[in-house]
Write a protein that binds this ligand. Structure first.
Ligand SMILES: [Zn+2]
Length: 393
């Protein structure tokens, strides 16, 4: 049995009482983080002798101190605070390991910091579980049963950990981490033994084009949201300018804040639509083909072309390739990434001659001067990617 860890993130709909407990826990988690960091700052200013005599308060000591205040921690799961302490230490060790990639821990501001807390399931107590009567209810310590927006997508899992968070649009989310046998993952529509092999070209006009000539586009409603986003963002920057002109703080400008929320909501919608699209697409591809071949991304090189950069960041190809890779692994498919420098669009897939006439990105269809085959630019590239990938297996 080979176990993997995987998570399902979805919205939750807490009632008012639960919201109040969640918010208190966010606050306590932030305060714990800041208290731990304050001690660090304090100690860094001390002399060696002072430091030796100083008692560092760990999260339990801090918690007990606060508990005496007025029992405000009554409804806060202590595991949430223990995890803050773990995360704080991890932030330091990450930073020490890789100073370029990780930032030094700093105080968490009430307004800017992401609000979240996590709880590990206690195996003995089984304190986090899905209701047997209703598969959209999750039992969470201190909260009771919380309503989920969808049912958990796994069967025969071992629930490990949950993370509750709040988006900038004031919606609540949960990420449910489970350990699961790779083989028991429910792959709807999986062709167990497929002979199909597919090469994928990450297209400029279509989202992807495959070596069988299929072209898959971004969902149409995504475009609609993008148009709306552009419009609302323009209004937002007007309000920003107005507040600046009037000498008002942004936090005090009601119109600006209202618009900011509106823009954040559209961003959230786009993210959700896109995630859904990517998951469905990568599921279909890895369900149907035994071998999946893509070109590794050279995003940096492409970003230099200003006209393309919007397309590329929008198209979220990094996430697409990442999903293809881990889903291929789970379904025991062969996944191959081929070198960026392979001339997939310049080569004629029939006679293998390389022609520079396709350097111009506006050339969508071309005829090979050597063998006279007529090619669709992207399908030809996808076929080349497939053939090149097959030589690497
Ligand atoms: Zn040719």
């Amino acid at each position: 049995m080979s176990l993997i860890l995987t998570a399902h993130k979805m919205r939750i709909y807490p009632n008012n009482e639960q919201i109040s407990i969640i918010e208190t826990t966010f606050g306590a988690a932030r305060r714990m983080f800041n208290s731990l960091h304050a001690q660090f700052e304090e100690r860094s200013k001390m002399s060696t002798v002072e430091r030796e005599n100083h008692i560092y308060k760990n999260y339990t000591a801090l918690k007990n101190e606060w508990d005496n205040e007025n029992n405000w921690l009554e409804n806060v799961a202590s595991q949430a605070l223990a995890n803050v302490s773990l995360n704080y230490n991890k932030a330091w060790s990450n930073y020490k390991k890789n100073k370029k990639h990780y930032k030094i821990p700093t105080f968490k501001s009430k307004h800017i910091a992401r609000k979240s807390y996590s709880l590990n399931r206690n195996n003995v107590k089984n304190d986090i579980y899905i209701s047997k009567e209703n598969n959209k209810l999750l039992k969470v310590p201190k909260l009771g049963f919380v309503r989920l927006s969808q049912k958990l997508r796994y069967k025969n899992y071992n629930l490990k950990k949950i993370t509750i968070s709040k988006s900038t649009t004031n919606n609540y989310y949960i990420s449910i981490l489970v350990a699961i046998d790779k083989k028991s993952l429910n792959h709807k529509g999986l062709k167990i033994k497929s002979n199909d092999k597919v090469g994928l070209d990450l297209g400029l006009i279509d989202y992807i084009v495959d070596s069988n000539g299929n072209k898959i586009n971004n969902p149409k409603y995504l475009k609609k949201f993008e148009v709306k986003l552009a419009k609302e963002q323009k209004i937002l920057s007007r309000r920003y300018e107005q507040a600046k002109k009037d000498g008002r703080l942004l936090s005090e400008s009601k119109n600006y804040q209202k618009q900011r929320l509106k823009v954040a909501k559209i961003h959230e919608k786009i993210r959700n639509v896109r995630n859904d699209f990517l998951h469905k697409l990568t599921n279909t591809i890895t369900n149907e083909s035994q071998v999946v071949i893509v070109e590794s991304l050279n995003v940096k090189g492409m970003m230099k072309n200003r006209n393309l950069s919007k397309h590329i960041s929008d198209a979220s190809w990094g996430e697409f390739v990442n999903q293809l890779e881990y889903k291929s692994e789970r379904k025991e498919r062969t996944f191959v990434k081929i070198d960026t420098f392979f001339p997939s669009s310049k080569m004629c897939s029939d006679c293998k001659e390389i022609h520079e006439l396709t350097n111009d990105l506006s050339v969508r269809e071309w005829q090979c001067p050597s063998c006279n085959s007529i090619h669709d630019r992207d399908v030809n590239a996808a076929i080349n990617i497939l053939n090149e990938g097959l030589t690497l297996i």
